[in-house]
Design a protein around this ligand. Structure first.
Ligand SMILES: [Zn+2]
Length: 264
């Protein structure tokens, strides 16, 4: 798999004596979680994994060299059962995902580390990451953090419709790959599907509202795309990578410095 993680920030490139010498109270260890799943006719299965690595790698480049912050090897397989039925989707169950991350948290705590970040770029993992962040805190006393996608960056120039319902293989993901790995994008194969419209407010939404319906991609998007990639450009992708990675770098510094505040 391609990587943008600087070698000096790659935890798995250390030997155990180097790990033993890290300031274990202060070191921030980041576990990337993503997916190998269909992304329409135009993007590769590894899209979420590549974007995770790209944004995290560029963010780590921006950190002061003195900060002990390391990326663990990613969990490339996620809970992707919404995309089953499309050849190439490789999904693990919620139970498996929870068990693997929990066991890695146990190893990290056993080695004496205190701070762990779950950095997720696949929507199907989001609710599991939320559960894990609290459970790892409760079970092992780890100071855990969750971080997702672009760190909350609002992508300028994206329509309200795409911003709200461009869930998967749409403009932003396509732009990231056009910028970073254009040889993996089949630009003549774009398709568009929207699961809901911002200008037609229905009571039941696919996600993010008080009343949601559960969806499977194959029910509502025959090509596998949930969004519209047609406006994607490498130029926007490059700008968004810079902005998102700067924001993620800021967030990582805040996590490194974090001390919980007790109410007065
Ligand atoms: Zn994706």
């Amino acid at each position: 798999m391609k990587t943008w993680i600087p070698d000096s920030r790659n935890f798995a490139y250390l030997n155990w004596k180097q790990v033993e010498a890290l300031p274990r109270d202060a070191t921030l260890l980041i576990l990337p979680t993503a997916a190998i799943e269909q992304h329409g006719h135009h993007l590769p299965l590894a899209t979420d994994t590549l974007i995770n690595n790209l944004l995290l790698g560029k963010a780590l480049e921006k950190l002061p060299a003195s900060l002990p912050v390391y990326a663990l090897p990613p969990i490339c397989y996620g809970k992707s059962n919404e995309h089953l039925g499309f050849p190439g989707t490789l999904s693990v169950s919620a139970q498996t995902f929870l068990a693997v991350v929990r066991d890695l948290g146990a190893s990290i705590a056993a080695a004496g580390f205190k701070k762990m970040v779950l950095y997720n770029t696949h929507g199907g993992n989001t609710s599991l990451v939320d559960v894990l962040a609290r459970d790892l805190r409760a079970e092992f006393g780890l100071r855990t953090f969750s971080l997702s996608g672009s760190g909350g960056l609002a992508f300028d120039g994206v329509s309200a419709q795409e911003r709200t319902y461009g869930f998967h293989a749409g403009e932003v993901e396509t732009a990231f790959l056009l910028y970073a790995a254009p040889e993996l994008v089949r630009a003549g194969e774009y398709t568009t599907n929207y699961i809901a419209r911002v200008d037609q407010p229905e009571l039941l939404k696919p996600e993010g509202s008080a009343a949601n319906f559960a969806w499977l991609t194959r029910d509502i998007a025959p090509s596998g795309v949930l969004g519209d990639p047609t406006a994607a450009t490498a130029e926007n992708g490059g700008r968004w990578v810079n902005e998102a990675s700067a924001r993620i770098a800021e967030i990582l510094v805040a996590m490194y410095n974090f001390e919980p505040r007790h109410g007065a």
